[in-house]
Design a protein around this ligand. Sequence first.
Ligand code: SF4
Length: 682
Amino acid sequence: MKSQSTIRVLPSVCALDCPDACALNIQVDAGKVVGLTGDPKHPITRGFACVKTARYPERQEQSDRLLHPMRRTGRKGEGKFEQVTWETALDEISERLKTILKTYGGQSVLPYHYAGTMGVIQGDTPSTFFRALGALELDQTICATTGGSAWEANYGPNKIGTDPEDLVHSRYIVLWGINVLRSNSHLAPILKEARKRGAKILHIDPYRNETSRFADEHWQIRVGTDAALALAIGREILAQGWEDRSYLESFATGIEEYRKACEPWTLERAARFCDVPLESLRAMVAQYATSRSSFIKIGYGMTRNEGGGNACRAVTLLPALIGAWKHLGGGSVISTSGAFQLNRHQITGLARRKPDARHVNMNCLASELLGEPQGIHALFVYNSNPAAVAPDSARVRQGLSRASLLTVVLEHFQTDTADYADYLLPATTFLEHPDVYTSYGHYYLQYADAVVAPRGQSKPNRWVFQELARRLGIDVPELHWGTDALIDRMLDSPNPWLEGIDREKLQKERSVKLTLPEPFRPYAQGSHHPDKKIRFVPPPEQIEFQEELNQEYPLRLISPPGAVVVNTTMGNVPSIIKLAGSEPTLLIHPEDAADCQIADGQAIQVTSRYGSIQRKAVVTEDAKRGVVISVGQWWPKLSPDKKSLNDLTSERLTDLGGGSTFGNVAVRVSAANAFTPVQSPV
Ligand code: SF4
């Protein structure tokens, strides 16, 4: 056994899709990652990594990591490959791509990518290659665009919000549609400190979870009624004269239209409609409106339905109504990402984007791949797993099965999407390449070096596209810039919040707070619209779902992230699967379970208008009556029936931003034949 002294501790940054963007200390022994902790010196990370990322060393060293380029030998979807050299794989891909470009043009090529890494270099810069090709433009709408569009409709471009480090000054805190203890866990110590100083915490969520138990009060709201609740709160604030008139006169527009939109939503009506306790609602409005530094943390969960944009607009107007932005610790946040105004123009190829390039909404991948005539002839997937995570999975898989489609997948493991690849290329993990990280939960810009050498023959995404560009004879100098040149260019920004931050400082300090004004009170002086006015008009409204509940489909399905299973990134790590209970479950309220004649632990069939999957029932009041909850996203191939949760979802889009409607689905639940529990992948 090696002595402890051979272990080196090297700094890094968590690359998972999470607002916390933790600074990490990685333990490396003989070139292998053997442990990981949060950096105790980082003001947000405070020394702890979450339960998921604590298992990343296991993922990093897992025996089924992809270590060589592979070429398909079986049918698409079968997952049979043979090992080839990088030279062969890249030569063959580029030859096929040349033929496709010659025959169908650049607009037949789709890059499909999302937040498999949050690193700017390996996440965002490969777009340069596709923009130089004149490829289709992917609209990355699967998660955050509805919330972002709603925020920006109210407050103008570049969504920002209250600094989490200021929340200790908050006196009334609403956690609305987010399981903070799991999805933004580094907020918890700050919330505890705020509570010690006298803050009250309310959690609003149809899913009763760890955050509900942590909060002082929990309202198990009816799914999709958030706009009504927010409008009722607005109505009561106006009725009581608790609005901040001078702030509104200076910085708001459309208050009278908003007042009219609120009018039908009395507290009594909203309490019935949203299923929240009337007297608690009445007390909450008084406390929220009169505690000067009131704060609302909004989760994206609230936005993933047909009315999600209006709901988010309605909720995020409340801090403006009471002038909470003027007070330290007051305001709201859905994301801090708009504060990182890096110069992305050249490094992501925006300068080369064809103005007439067709945009593809990533939520509509199934229809795009199956479309007539089939316009997409080459698909490059990196940092994503659409066979599992894209809506309407069965049709996505059908689209991926098309023989004429060239599919290239850059991955760490043989995911469900990888099974459909013509070429499967091994990608480096965030521990094997340098990168720069912004955050959507705090205001620190971070840099991380590689801490270990790439395993096997794995290569960074960027290298793959550099090699393809060479073979295609595309002259794109910025695609060949090294890490230092990329960082220099992205920091070459006129934005004052990046002032004083250069590459030397970033690489030396590794985590640098943006140069925010002190004290930081975003929107205290109005919005980011040119006239500085916050838009109360057009007033948000409560949207009725087109996907209605009826006798055949009486239950609403939502799919919030869990403690260990969130998206599919960590979903094949044996200890994670074990921690998550070894098989995917569905939470159902006892009365709904009785109606459906199912018992706790029973195998069940969950059926929507789009598909049907199997799960194990967990009967619990954590699920609201009328709502069933699938916690996290399991790998389809590790699920009992090899199907994705997204076999149940549709390509229907939200009211703002073309977002996904994963929280919209109407389902029925019935007993299923017994199924075999999932086996550990290794
Ligand atoms: S809390 Fe988020 S950022 Fe921090 S280690 Fe976990 S997944 Fe990574």
